[in-house]
Design a protein around this ligand. Structure first.
Ligand code: 2P0
Length: 375
């Protein structure tokens, strides 16, 4: 059984552990909290498990204005994908001597562990607790498949951590927290189509993702993820985007252009007009890669097979099929099309030499609370 992660308006989002005990019982009775959450106190540890899905940007996030707070230089727009998911269980306990994290059964150490500890510390600060945590996370899709696994994992982690700590945060508050784990994770807290507002404040309080349309807005839309390589990329998107900010002469042009790209994409999306959305999605992805390729030394994510897939997508259009590609920081194109063409597109792309397989996804839901824990 699944439930949406509880949401309340920001004004009501008080840390549960700080609520008076009568209020806690009342809230628990109202069913706003699951049993584990309802008995949480700073000395009474609790556990929560959530699931979240990857998102693919229609208008890309590429470049930060603040690397510590994960504040982007430009806004971005994404679709959350159905089907594929990351599940995360978080437990706080006085019995734990240190924070412990396992991703797909592998223990996380060093700098990677510090990223988790930073998020845990933020949440512990908000909840007024000091217990260490145990975290386990599992993806049902390969990490290196170009499916933005850090977005799904980051959104599941943030929502589970907040719930396990007894916080009842609004979607926007969760998005703000998720952003500081991995920028794109802020767009997977809610489902459907989300716009990450870049914000203007230096503290980042106005930089979070807002759902502009739910998954039901355009259920016929499909993304065919075309996996050409599962190898770990030579340069992470985090390093590559900073390298573009620092050295690409095209970066300024990118920043000037994105607002316009996003406006076009938003109107086309809200009008469910694929003939208008497809071209701007494809152009925006190429603009992002042009910025990366203009860096010194250049960052090149495209492989020969990537170009073969792009050729095939252009061929679809010559044959009257509405299909446009987008490309993240990797060699695996994602093809935007309608449900009526998705099977044919997927079949044709699977036949391109070098393509390993395809995964077709429709608009999906945001982070949800699960009953079954991973440990
Ligand atoms: C996006 N990407 O909008 C863009 C397009 C990659 C290409 O968001 O440093 O892993 O953790 O904020 O979120 C990938 O960047 O980077 C990404 P950090 P993240 O989906």
């Amino acid at each position: 059984m699944r439930r949406a992660v509880p949401r309340v308006p920001d004004v009501l989002a008080i840390p549960f552990t700080r609520a008076p005990s009568c209020a806690r019982s009342w809230l628990a009775l109202c069913g706003k909290y699951r049993l584990e959450i309802s008995v949480l106190t700073p000395t009474n540890p609790t556990k929560a498990t959530t699931q979240a899905h990857p998102n693919i940007a229609l208008i890309k996030y590429w470049g930060k204005r603040d690397t510590a707070l994960f504040l982007p230089q430009t806004p971005s727009l994404s679709m959350t994908l159905s089907g594929l998911s990351a599940k995360t269980t978080v437990e706080f306990s006085t019995a734990f001597k240190a924070d412990r994290v396992e991703l797909d059964g592998q223990s996380v150490q060093g700098r990677e562990l510090e990223r988790f500890t930073m998020l845990l510390d933020r949440v512990r600060g908000l909840a007024g607790i000091s217990e260490r945590a145990r975290i386990a996370s599992r993806n049902d899709f390969p990490k290196a498949a170009g499916l933005a696994s850090s977005a799904a994992g980051g959104a599941a982690l943030t929502s589970a951590t907040a719930l396990a700590a007894g916080l009842d945060l609004s979607a926007h508050e969760l998005s703000r927290l998720a952003r500081q784990f991995s920028g794109s994770a802020c767009r997977s807290i809610e489902g459907g189509f989300c716009e990450w507002q870049k914000g203007v404040r230096s503290d980042g309080e106005d930089s979070f993702a807002v759902q502009i349309a739910p998954s039901t807005h355009w259920p016929e839309l499909r993304m065919v993820v075309t996996i050409c390589s599962e190898a770990k990329k030579a340069m992470s998107s985090r390093l590559a985007m900073q390298h573009s900010v620092d050295t690409s002469p095209f970066f300024e042009g990118w920043v000037r252009q994105v607002d316009l790209d996003l406006e076009l994409a938003r109107s086309a999306l809200l009008a469910r007009d694929l003939d208008a959305l497809g071209p701007i999605v494809e152009t925006n992805a190429c603009r992002m890669h042009a910025v990366a390729m203009g860096a010194h030394p250049p960052t090149i994510y495209l492989k020969p097979v990537t170009l073969e897939v792009i050729e095939a997508v252009h061929g679809f259009r010559r044959d009257g099929i509405q299909a446009w590609f987008t490309l993240d920081a990797g060699p695996n194109p994602v093809v935007l099309c309608l449900d009526t063409d998705a099977a044919c597109v997927a079949q044709a792309l699977s036949a391109v030499p070098g393509v390993l397989r395809t995964v077709t996804a429709s608009p999906g839901e945001g982070a949800t609370l699960l009953d079954e824990h991973l440990f």
